[in-house]
Design a protein around this ligand. Structure first.
Ligand code: LLP
Length: 433
């Protein structure tokens, strides 16, 4: 049986295991639907990034986990323990991180429309860096910092003009993006120039992010080149040193057999060669390199456990297998047409000879998890797992149809630990007046 992640196996009872723990045992203990995450794999992934950045930038790099992919207090603690930074995009993510005791100086605050309240909260709690997204924000951050008697480190989000989502990436499309300052129009250069007059801001550097679920090194390498050239331009124009260059996240992972991700250290090595080559060619110092991977750290470490409630054959068309979750806990098929792989945890040793459409329980025809899932013959009561759901599933879950969000369990070293409680019906009405 070919699984898409190396932390999954089949035990002597024919059950699926994750991180050495029998999924059927977890189902019995915590119920379904259930998010299960392999803590050991998350830590291993964090360390791979940390070590690769250290190796390829001579200790002058930092990986900041993009918490939008999976944000809970426990996850923030893991990231802190591994010595990495955190990228947050809202007051809520920032609050979660601070509540977990995450060191504020290692937090980078993003967003294309941070509110005044969010900025005040962030500056008041001494977040390490704020990523400036537009000119008005520059003035706002400066004014808030001044009112608190603080100097705030800022980096500028730049649209490098690279669209990594076309077949052959192109260098134009991204000007039409709500994020950041455009390079090709001169907008980014004039924005950086304004920082010199802001007494309560300290210019640290630049940020860019070209997309998500990318399998190709080239667009990343090209981006690094564009950004290094911009660093040179900033130095020439304003005599400003760019100490930090944040290259964002975006590495693809394997959701289905045909996905072919590049190991992150290979990518980091390739980009570092470009950065160093450009630094030499342009006579600028190699900046401290930051990265913000989200998906590639947590997605492969997670799976979602469901119980099959009904099997409905529509002769000559398809057979629906409906599970006790769906778009409320995983909206990625309905939003992006995302593909996934499923396994029956209680029949993990059987051949996947049948094709089913795995549907959810929401009142919505599009509530599908997998359109063509290969599975053994499915019966009511079977335990169906959707794999690689560790990123953008829990974090994007909703209460649509007033369905309580599932619990999250971490497994490590053969043991399990509840890290997010299952929501109750009472939780659903707690803010209703
Ligand atoms: N940094 C910035 C500025 C970002 O906008 C993102 C993702 C990341 C880092 C992390 O990217 P990653 O390494 O996870 O690809 N909900 C979508 C993904 C949206 C990604 C948005 N930004 C999904 O489920 O596929």
């Amino acid at each position: 049986m070919a699984f898409i992640s190396e932390n999954l196996a089949v035990n002597e009872r024919g059950h699926l295991t994750i991180g050495g723990v029998d999924v059927m045992t977890l189902k019995e203990k915590y119920g379904t639907p259930l998010y299960v995450m392999d803590e050991d794999l998350i830590r291993q992934n964090l360390r791979t990034y940390r070590d690769a950045l250290n190796t390829h930038y001579n200790g002058n790099g930092l990986c900041q986990f993009a918490s939008k992919a999976f944000c809970t207090k426990y996850m923030c603690k893991i990231v802190a323990e591994e010595g990495l930074g955190l990228d947050v995009v809202s007051g809520g993510e920032l609050y979660t991180a601070l509540s977990a005791g995450f060191p504020a100086e290692k937090i980078c605050f993003h967003g294309n429309n941070k509110t005044k309240e969010e900025l005040t909260f962030a500056i008041g709690h001494d977040v390490g860096t704020i990523v400036v997204d537009h000119q008005y924000e520059l003035t706002q951050i400066d004014a808030i910092a001044e009112s608190m008697g603080k100097i705030q480190n800022v980096i500028f989000r730049v649209k490098p003009g690279i669209d990594a989502h076309t077949h052959d990436f192109i260098m134009t499309g991204q000007i039409d993006s709500k994020f950041g300052f455009a390079l090709e129009t001169g907008e980014a250069l004039s924005a950086v120039g304004l920082v010199k007059d802001k007494k309560n801001l300290c210019y640290k550097g630049l940020h860019c992010h070209i997309g998500s679920q990318i399998f190709d090194v080239e667009p990343f390498r090209e981006t690094a080149k564009v950004m290094m050239n911009f660093i040179k331009e900033i130095k020439e124009q304003f005599n400003l040193e760019t100490e930090e260059l944040d290259l964002g996240g975006g590495f693809g992972i394997r959701y289905v057999e045909s996905d072919d991700p590049i190991p992150c250290d290979k990518y980091i090595e390739a980009v570092s060669l470009e950065v160093k080559e450009q630094a030499q060619k342009l006579s600028v110092a190699v900046p401290r390199i930051l990265m913000e991977p989200g998906r590639s750290i947590v997605a492969p470490a997670g799976l979602t456990v469901y119980e099959v409630g009904c099997v409905k054959e529509i002769p000559g068309i398809r057979t629906y297998v409906s599970v006790d979750g769906g778009m409320a806990d995983n909206p990625r098929y309905i939003m992006y047409g995302a593909e996934y792989t499923a396994v029956l945890a209680n029949k993990a040793d059987q051949n996947a000879e049948y094709t089913y459409t795995v549907a959810g329980k929401c009142c919505e025809s599009g509530d599908v998890l997998i359109e063509r899932a290969k599975l053994p013959e499915v019966a009511v009561g079977d335990t169906l797992c959707v794999l690689a759901t560790g990123a953008y599933n829990y974090s994007m879950a909703s209460n649509y149809n007033r369905i309580p969000r599932p619990a999250v369990v971490m497994v490590s070293n053969g043991a399990d630990k509840l890290v997010v409680k299952r929501e109750t019906y009472e939780d659903l009405i707690k803010n209703d007046l």
